[in-house]
Design a binder for this molecule. Structure first.
Ligand SMILES: O=C(CO)COP(=O)(O)O
Length: 249
């Protein structure tokens, strides 16, 4: 049985004042059945990990460099995230693929570095609206999975997040059929590449305009093991109902 995961990606939002949302979230979800993860901006990770230590909430990063250390001004290594208290890191988010031209090969190298350091990597994949309208969705997902996921992963070291680019921050959500089609397809691809046992153990998250109002329906879709939530993870009052829906799924 895969452990369900509700992950919040704060993106470039929040200063120290936002950390109170973590304690509030812990109070609103005292005994969650699902794993709960908050990925704040890097400068908050250490304090977020301290605040969440007594709760079920885990902390993650939003990116890391592929190198362990060195002359990379402004970058953060996977070891640094781990040392600061992170246990997960989001990699290959479409905003990084777009803003920084991160290719599948770059994402794969970062994923290897993250896993080497002892983090669980959440690798993001997803098609643009043009690609979906052109009927290329499954080809895009297959290519991103093949290119971004390194060899040797397990259900403990890798999570995949399916985030259609056109659904991120837009309020648009694919139909439940479309989500199910992609998640079933990803499961097949992972089982084909890593074998039935590992392929079945890797958790598959849906991301893109997940809210308390649509979460239960999305979590009922086959092979959806949780969500990667942006906007609705910033406030505990918005994120808690999503966690409750996942617990109930
Ligand atoms: O990009 C996302 C999470 O990584 C999704 O963002 P929204 O939930 O704000 O659409």
């Amino acid at each position: 049985m895969r452990q369900k995961l509700a992950a919040g990606n704060w993106k470039m939002n929040g200063t120290g004042a936002a950390l109170s949302e973590i304690s509030t979230l812990a109070a609103l979800t005292p005994a969650p059945k699902s794993e709960i993860l908050i990925c704040p901006p890097s400068p908050l990770i250490h304090r977020a990990a301290d605040i969440s230590a007594a709760s079920a909430i885990q902390i993650g990063g939003q990116d890391c460099h592929a190198a362990h250390a060195g002359a990379h001004t402004g970058d953060v290594s996977a070891e640094m995230l781990l040392d600061a208290g992170a246990r997960y890191v989001i990699l290959g988010h479409s905003e990084r693929r777009t803003d920084y031209g991160e290719t599948d090969a770059v994402v794969r190298d970062k994923t290897e570095a993250a896993i080497d350091a002892g983090l669980t990597a959440i690798v993001c994949v997803g098609e643009t609206l043009d690609q979906r309208e052109g009927g290329a969705t499954l080809d895009i997902i297959a290519g991103q999975l093949a290119g971004s996921v390194p060899a040797g992963v397990t259900g403990e070291t890798l999570v995949i997040a399916y985030e259609p680019v056109w659904a991120i921050g837009t309020g648009l959500v694919p139909s439940l059929g479309q989500i199910g089609e992609v998640h079933d397809f990803m499961r097949e691809k992972l089982e084909a590449r890593f074998g039935a046992e590992i392929g079945d153990a890797i958790r598959l998250l849906y991301g893109g305009s997940v809210k308390g109002s649509n979460a239960a329906n999305i979590f009922a879709v086959s092979n959806v093991d949780g969500a990667l939530v942006g906007g609705a993870s910033l406030k505990a009052a918005d994120f808690a109902p999503i966690i409750q829906a996942l617990d109930a799924a």
